[in-house]
Write a protein of this length. Structure first.
Length: 151
C-alpha cells in the first residue's frame, strides 16, 4: 500500500486528469491512497507548519514507513529510487510519502521520516509535484518488474 499525504488541494482540471491517469496505471502494482489536508496559506510560518503537522499526523500510524519530500534531502536517479522502493517494500507493507505545504514540513514530521527524499534543488508547484511523484513511483514499478517504459 502506498499512501501520499499532501498539503493542499488540486484545483486544475489538467493536473487532476494526470493524477487520475497515474492512479489508474498504478492499480496494477499497488493500492494507492492520496490524502489531501488543508494548506494553512500565508499565515505566520511557524503557525502554518504546526497546524499542517497536526493534520498530517492524523493519517500516520506506527506501522507506516514514512518518506518525506524535502528540497535539501538526498537525490536519487530513477533506477536508484526504484531499487530503494523495492527494498523498502520487502519489510514494509505501508509506505507513506509526505509532501509539505508552502513552508515545508515540521521538524517533528521530518524526525519521523525513515527516508528523506529530494527530486531536485528546484522548487516545484505542489500540484505539479504530485504528478511527478506519481510518475516516479509508476516508473519504479515498471523498472522493478523489468517492463519497458519510455526513457
Amino acid at each position: 500500500m502506498i499512501k501520499i499525504i499532501t498539503v493542499g488541494y488540486i484545483k486544475e482540471k489538467y493536473i487532476k486528469e494526470a493524477i487520475e491517469e497515474y492512479k489508474k496505471r498504478l492499480r496494477k502494482y499497488t493500492n494507492l491512497e492520496i490524502i489531501e489536508v488543508k494548506d494553512e496559506g500565508f499565515v505566520e510560518k511557524t503557525k502554518a507548519i504546526e497546524k499542517e503537522k497536526e493534520k498530517i499526523l492524523k493519517h500516520i500510524s506506527d506501522r507506516d514507513y514514512i518518506i518525506t519530500l524535502e528540497i535539501e534531502a538526498k537525490e536519487y536517479t530513477s533506477v536508484e529510487f526504484a531499487e530503494k522502493l523495492r527494498t523498502i517494500q520487502i519489510e514494509n507493507s505501508n509506505i507513506v510519502f509526505i509532501i509539505g505545504g508552502s513552508y515545508g514540513l515540521s521538524e517533528e514530521i521530518k524526525k519521523m521520516s525513515k527516508m528523506h527524499l529530494s527530486f531536485s534543488k528546484m522548487t516545484f508547484p505542489h500540484q505539479l509535484f504530485r504528478v511527478i511523484l506519481l510518475e516516479q513511483i509508476y516508473r519504479s514499478y515498471k523498472i522493478n518488474n523489468n517492463e519497458s517504459y519510455h526513457k
